[in-house]
Write a protein that binds this ligand. Structure first.
Ligand SMILES: Cc1ncc(COP(=O)(O)O)c(C=O)c1O
Length: 379
């Protein structure tokens, strides 16, 4: 297996596995001349809603806009506070700022790495309008706990589900315990188009209509406008996503079986492996370990032909210039900061073979062994 090259993504392999169908679908859109707000988008929105078991979905041009437009549609803006986690991709907080609101960061749970629900209530003030749990790396946050707090304090719940399409909690589905679910279809996500894309899913038809209007320059009817955005999911992307949506569950199963290889081979190694609470279905958008000597392991793997990346090595409140003159409230975040210093994501995508995952795990163990080798005393 020496000389194996293992990249971090399998985009081209996935394309090749569906090439004929995708090529035909793109070709058909090109011939149809219906590229924006066309029939592929309409059909994709229906199929996505059925897949998620939700009333409506609205296709948008990114996951970031899904969050932003959800906040705007829910009336969240300047002076309002939104409680979220700093252990996430930057866009979660960025969208709160873009809506004009104030992100309030609470720490993450050391086992699940999701928002620590025991810290939410203490962060609530009269200005709090919403909670934004992130289903980090493909594992659902503790939504029953979030929903209970939200109900007691009359807050909106917006799920950042950019990394977790297809995931399930213990006895609950995504979207069942919140107001809006935000999805990203950027190529590297579990359901990815060939570029940028996103969507919201909601069981509130009036929120769906408001977002439909916002995405199209504040217009639901030709020539009639109020102020909105230009944030539509193109029909070419929708056509591709319709094809890939049919494979998402099978891909999630593949991801779980690869995670099981890592879990088994790395059990007992001096690192923290991903944790799945009982009854939850993880979809392993990423397989992230926490390990002392992370940078050294990353370079070692690189020297063995394996690309491992970090998600996220600089937490939002640690970014240079934070908070750029915008409002923000930061609670103590020791767990998030420890994660930032130690996280490493191993290759994880449905096109990765079992043999490749075994090779990655073996190289991780080789690195561990090289660090544990006792230097012989000089005489
Ligand atoms: C947790 C999280 N939130 C939001 C986003 C933003 O999505 P997009 O890149 O589609 O704007 C991403 C991914 O990029 C993400 O991982």
């Amino acid at each position: 297996m020496a000389g194996m090259k293992i990249g971090f993504y399998g985009h081209a392999k996935q394309y090749h596995s569906l090439k004929d169908e995708i090529d035909r679908a793109i070709h058909d859109v090109l011939e149809s001349e219906k590229y924006v707000l066309g029939p592929q988008l309409v059909e994709f929105e229906k199929e996505l809603a059925a897949y998620m078991g939700m009333k409506e979905t609205v296709g948008l041009n990114s996951g970031t806009d899904a969050l932003l437009l959800a906040f705007v549609a829910l009336g969240i803006g300047p002076g309002d506070e939104v409680i979220t986690t700093a252990n996430t991709f930057f866009a979660t907080a960025e969208a709160i700022w873009l809506a004009g609101a104030t992100p309030v960061f609470v720490d993450s749970d050391p086992r699940t790495r999701n928002i620590d629900v025991t810290q939410i209530e203490a962060a609530i003030t009269p200005k709090t309008k919403a909670i934004v749990p992130v289903h980090l790396y493909g594992l659902c946050a503790d939504m029953p706990a979030v929903a209970k707090i939200a109900r007691a304090h009359r807050l909106w719940v917006v799920e950042d589900c950019a990394q977790a399409i297809g995931a399930r909690g213990d006895g609950f589905a995504i979207g069942e315990l919140s107001d809006v679910v935000c999805l990203s279809f950027i190529i590297q996500k579990n359901l990815g188009c060939f570029g940028d894309g996103g969507a919201v899913a909601t069981n509130h038809p009036e929120v769906a209509t408001a977002i439909r209007k916002l995405r199209n320059h504040g217009s639901l009817k030709r020539s009639y406008h109020s102020i909105g955005y230009n944030s539509r999911l193109d029909d070419i992307h929708a056509a591709v996503l319709r094809i890939k949506l049919k494979h998402v569950d099978e891909w999630s199963r593949k991801r779980r079986s690869l995670a099981a290889v890592y879990d088994l081979r790395l059990a007992g190694a001096p690192m923290t492996l991903p944790f799945t609470p009982p009854g939850y279905e993880h979809v392993y958008h990423l397989y992230v370990v926490e390990v002392e000597g992370r940078d050294d392991l990353q370079s070692y793997l690189d020297s063995r032909g394996i690309t491992a990346l970090t998600h996220y090595p600089i937490a939002i409140h640690q970014q240079e210039g934070f908070p750029w003159g915008r409002p923000a409230r930061v609670n103590p975040l020791p767990v998030t900061e420890k994660s930032a210093a130690t996280v490493l994501s191993l290759p994880m995508y449905p096109e990765l073979t079992r043999e490749e995952a075994e090779y990655v795990a073996q190289e991780v163990l080789n690195w561990v062994a090289s660090r544990q080798a006792v230097p012989t005393a000089a005489h």
